[in-house]
Design a binder for this molecule. Structure first.
Ligand SMILES: *[C@@H]1O[C@H](CO)[C@@H](O)[C@H](O)[C@H]1NC(C)=O
Length: 205
């Protein structure tokens, strides 16, 4: 093989590898749907009623609450690469900074308003104040948050995901509610061990 031929081949192979990475999502299934062995498969199997809890006379929770319809709560989603979350924000509540390792998030504000933001891999922050009816997209894997800054009105948002199990990595609890050594965190945050222990205390109560 001439060196030019091998360079071309290498290029083609890397192009395909990059394409594979770009197309990465939940794996495609070879059947119409996946049902647990022995399960009765009828319309009910493809129906999730858990979000009825959002309708009146439901009262808003007193702290931020995420109601999920992922593969875990709704087994028919297995292999379908989609899921939902309903996010309930009482006045002045936040959904702390977090990422979804396996999917972008498409958030629709159903009632109230939300301040949202994400940070890209160059550390640039993108923020927006969303009104009822607005849609915002959080790119896959990037750290993002939502905040209902209104002192009176609650906010309700529906988020769609391109994965049946998008996963959530909460930044505060990943860092301060696991057993990462205090010295490691103190060095990482350029602070002292006492400050790290104070931050960790918030998770023990
Ligand atoms: C901290 O982690 C423990 C153990 O995983 C968990 O039970 C608890 O809910 C977490 N606390 C908070 C505030 O996330």
């Amino acid at each position: 093989m001439t060196s030019t031929t091998s360079k071309v081949l290498t290029l083609i192979i890397s192009a395909f590898t990059i394409m594979q990475i770009t197309l990465a999502g939940d794996p495609d299934i070879l059947t119409d749907f996946i049902a647990p062995v022995g399960a009765t498969v009828d319309g009910t199997f493809f129906t999730f009623t858990g979000f009825r809890a959002l309708l009146p006379p439901n009262t808003f929770p007193s702290t931020f609450k995420a109601l999920k319809a992922t593969k875990a709560e709704f087994p028919a989603l297995d292999g379908q690469s989609v899921s939902y979350a309903a996010l309930e924000f009482p006045a002045k509540s936040i959904n702390p900074p977090h990422t979804h390792p396996r999917s972008a998030e498409l958030l629709f504000v159903a009632s109230g308003s939300l301040q949202v933001g994400f940070v890209d891999t160059t550390n640039k922050l993108f923020t927006q104040t969303l009104q009822t009816g607005d849609i915002f997209v959080f790119p896959k894997g990037l750290v993002h948050f939502q905040f209902n800054s209104d002192a009176q009105k609650p906010a309700l948002a529906l988020s769609a995901f391109g994965s049946a199990n998008a996963g959530t990595v909460s930044i505060p609890s990943t860092l301060f509610n696991t057993t990462i050594d205090d010295n490691v965190l103190a060095l990482a945050f350029k602070t002292d061990v006492g400050t790290i222990q104070t931050l960790k205390k918030g998770f023990t109560s």
